[in-house]
Design a binder for this molecule. Structure first.
Ligand code: SF4
Length: 293
């Protein structure tokens, strides 16, 4: 299967981008592995005809928005992000009416239709920087209320979570009572405020890699999706990494399999298409983020 994937990649001039939450076997066949920000950036620099996106729907949509001339494929039609479902264009319009002077910052974990209504997008790696780059004193921030809390602790601006209960089930279930504490505790900002408060470090997945690189510690407890441990082990084979909680599994991410990637390349499916009017507005919000970060 791996040989076939490699052959098809050459034949179709394709690259495989994989998120840090993909299983180890997918990470090992990918041309590039990273967090949402790194993958969005990479998507603007790729010289290939086809991008196979081993991640969830909003990430593949972002790649398609940034590459209107390329064929962007996602190997599964049910690889979706539950958090993105908390926000709709109607909710954004309602909040904008209520806060006419506020600017809208959307986490990239949102649909293209929502991004089209944002002033700027952000990832967990650059959320504070993005918010602090804005002129307005009030920021409508969606859809993750936990990331909104994280940002609110690091800015003078008023952060209004939109909606108030948006969250990721994987990170929210990583409650302070579930996690082990036998190493440096690295916590993702999508986790609850309770867990953020007991963290040794709070960082995006890309930020965790940078933190480990600059740390002398030998053992790390990783409070985010379980397979982030695979990525860290690949980067730092001389250190020890354990998931903070074994059950922290993103079912959307796990829809991507080797067989799925092979069939995606072979049959050029599933094509990710974003309508032009939505794509052009969403592109503005994403490119503005890439300029700031
Ligand atoms: S881990 Fe949570 S936020 Fe990330 S893709 Fe999965 S459901 Fe979405």
């Amino acid at each position: 299967m791996k040989e076939e994937i490699s052959r098809l990649k050459k034949e179709k001039n394709a690259v495989i981008l994989a998120h840090n939450y993909q299983s180890g076997e997918i990470q090992r066949i990918a041309d590039f592995v990273g967090d949402s920000l790194e993958l969005a950036r990479k998507a603007t620099q790729i010289d290939s005809d086809v991008i196979v996106f081993a991640g969830v729907d909003f990430m593949a949509e972002t790649a398609a928005i940034l590459n209107p001339d390329k064929e962007v494929l996602i190997p599964s039609q049910i690889a979706s992000c539950e958090m993105a479902r908390f926000l709709t264009p109607e909710i954004i319009k309602k909040y904008r009416e209520e806060y006419p002077n506020a600017q809208v910052v959307l986490y990239v974990n949102s649909t293209a239709a929502c991004k089209a209504l944002a002033d700027i997008t952000c990832t967990s790696a650059n959320a504070v920087k993005v918010v602090n780059s804005l002129d307005s004193d009030v920021v409508l921030f969606g859809p993750d209320a936990n990331l909104a809390y994280y940002v609110s602790q690091r800015t003078d601006k008023k952060i209004v979570p939109m909606p108030p209960n948006g969250h990721c089930y994987v990170h929210t279930n990583l409650g302070a009572e579930n996690v082990r504490r036998d190493g440096v505790l690295m916590v993702h900002p999508e986790c609850s405020p309770d867990l953020q408060k007991i963290a040794d470090v709070i960082a995006s997945t890309g930020g965790m890699i940078k933190y480990v690189r600059n740390s002398d510690a030998k053992r790390f407890v990783v409070a985010t999706e379980r397979d982030m441990v695979e990525r860290l082990k690949m980067e730092f084979p001389d250190r020890e990494f354990v998931p903070a909680w074994e059950n922290a599994i993103c079912l959307g991410m796990k829809q991507i399999t080797l067989k799925g990637v092979y069939e995606s390349l072979k049959n050029e499916k599933y094509l990710v298409k974003v309508p032009d009017d939505i794509a052009s507005k969403a592109r503005r919000a994403i490119e503005r983020m890439l300029e700031v970060s």
